[in-house]
Design a binder for this molecule. Sequence first.
Ligand code: NDP
Length: 259
Amino acid sequence: MFEFNPLRDMFYTWLFYGWIGLAGVSFVALRFIPASYGKFTRAGWGPSIHRSLGWVAMELPAVGVILFLFVTHAAYTNLVYVVFLSVWQLHYINRTFVFPFRMRGKKTSISASTVLFGLLFNLVNGYFNGHYLFAGDNPLYGTGWLSDPRFLVGLGVFIVGFGINIHSDELLRALRKPGETGYKIPRGGMFRYVSAANYLGELVEWAGWAILTWSPVGFAFFIWTGANLIPRALSQHHWYVETFSEYPQNRKAIIPFLV
Ligand code: NDP
């Protein structure tokens, strides 16, 4: 399916397949045990840290690792790599430095174990993507790639997903006035179709990334995003239906009209 260079060596190859396998394990585990934060916060997950600080710590490796690999491989000499980095950072600069400081509500802490899992994921995922994209010398990524239909379609998909994600995060934020706590039924935007519209946006974004980079690492990231977010979206949907008797019955969990 993909035109890509062989992965660099045996160790890297097995690490990569192990990584995809781990996404399956994570999917099953999260289906039964939602991570302890937000609506599913509960005791027994160890010490907690400040929520905004936790989000920054969790997401910072995604910003830093890829930037480090971009610089150390002198990837700035190739316009395609500059575009890849910009697309990636568009998402992660918002997620790391903007989103955590705009959250409202009474939960001002997050469990350190959730942060640790997120941090490790971002470290490994950032490494795989940066290493494959910037160190691989892939012939696919000449300047012609920027007018290739796969790149253009992928970029379009990414932008649509990013728009849905940001818009949905804002709709959730607007449900609470400053100082307000508690949960309400989200409405508008893609929430008309799914309970976890923010997760839908994220999933679409990384599908776009997989297409625009046409890479196994992009594809693995998409699989991992699904493994993280689909179980949580199902739990959230169930929670909404149980909590609000007037919850819209035609809404799905994460994929409009389907799931
Ligand atoms: P949630 O939808 O659980 O919460 C987002 C924010 O909205 C929180 O501040 C939450 O408050 C608030 N909120 C949620 N539902 C309601 C409601 N019904 N009424 C009022 N306020 C509400 O999202 P996550 O925190 O899980 O994720 C945040 C972002 O990070 C998303 O955009 C998601 O896509 C992304 N993400 C990406 C992952 C990946 O693997 N790529 C993994 C996890 C998240 P409170 O904290 O009080 O619940």
